[in-house]
Design a binder for this molecule. Structure first.
Ligand SMILES: [Zn+2]
Length: 228
């Protein structure tokens, strides 16, 4: 391996195991986390990819079958331990991101005990990527809607039961935020979907993944260049 190909940076992506409507796999967030990390590492060069963490903080999906969840504190401790392990393996820079919004609090807790060799990337939202195509955010969805469904189709269309795709809650997210963060999704969506997955396609998914990958590459490259 030429010296310039030796990986000094590693990407640690967080996923989740949670219900994603009747049409998407439980591993949706983990699949997306892994795909974004793989693609970003290829573009960055000198970057390895840790296996994505397959369980996250998903208590807001607890009423739906298949969901498993860790408390925020446990996930934060896990992230800190994994970063320690990667550091001992010789990685000098560790970039962490999550494909599940619910992991944000754990990442904030983990950040308090991590050094400046760890970069925690901000959340990425796919819905705004589709807004440029006239697809509104309520349809693109925050969970198992058009955006996530398209992203999984782009990764592996065979994992999506598009014949079972049906809309869930398609109103404004701000209006239900208080319920989501306390009682969870069940009171606002019977099928566990936030958005409308109908019309999802691999092409739309590619757009979402590309934008996400570009955001990761940009942030990690800037960090490595010492700009932050
Ligand atoms: Zn998801």
């Amino acid at each position: 391996m030429p010296a310039h190909d030796i990986a000094h940076t590693v990407l640690l992506a967080l996923g989740a195991t949670e219900q994603h409507g009747p049409h998407l796999p439980l591993a949706t967030d983990t699949l997306i986390a892994g795909a974004v990390a793989e693609r970003a590492a290829r573009l960055l060069g000198g970057t390895a990819v840790a296996l994505p963490v397959p369980v996250g903080a998903s208590s807001e999906h607890r009423e739906f079958p298949g969901t498993i969840s860790l408390p925020h504190e446990v996930l934060a401790a896990l992230v800190a331990q994994l970063c320690d392990g990667l550091r001992r393996r010789g990685f000098r820079r560790i970039a962490v991101f999550s494909a599940h919004g619910g992991n944000g609090r754990a990442l904030a807790l983990a950040a308090e005990r991590l050094g400046d060799d760890v970069l925690i990337l901000p959340d990425f939202r796919m819905a705004p990527v589709l807004a440029g195509l006239g697809i509104d955010a309520s349809r693109a969805g925050a969970h198992a809607g058009l955006a996530e469904t398209s992203a999984v189709m782009a990764i592996n269309a065979r994992l999506v039961r598009i014949d079972l795709a049906e809309p869930g809650y398609v109103g404004a997210l701000e209006e239900i935020w208080g319920v989501l963060t306390t009682a969870g999704l069940r009171p606002v969506t019977a099928n566990g979907v936030l958005g409308d997955p109908r019309g999802a396609s691999p092409a739309l998914g590619e757009l979402c993944l590309e934008a996400w990958v570009a955001a990761v590459v940009e942030a990690v490259a800037r960090w490595r260049n010492g700009a932050e």
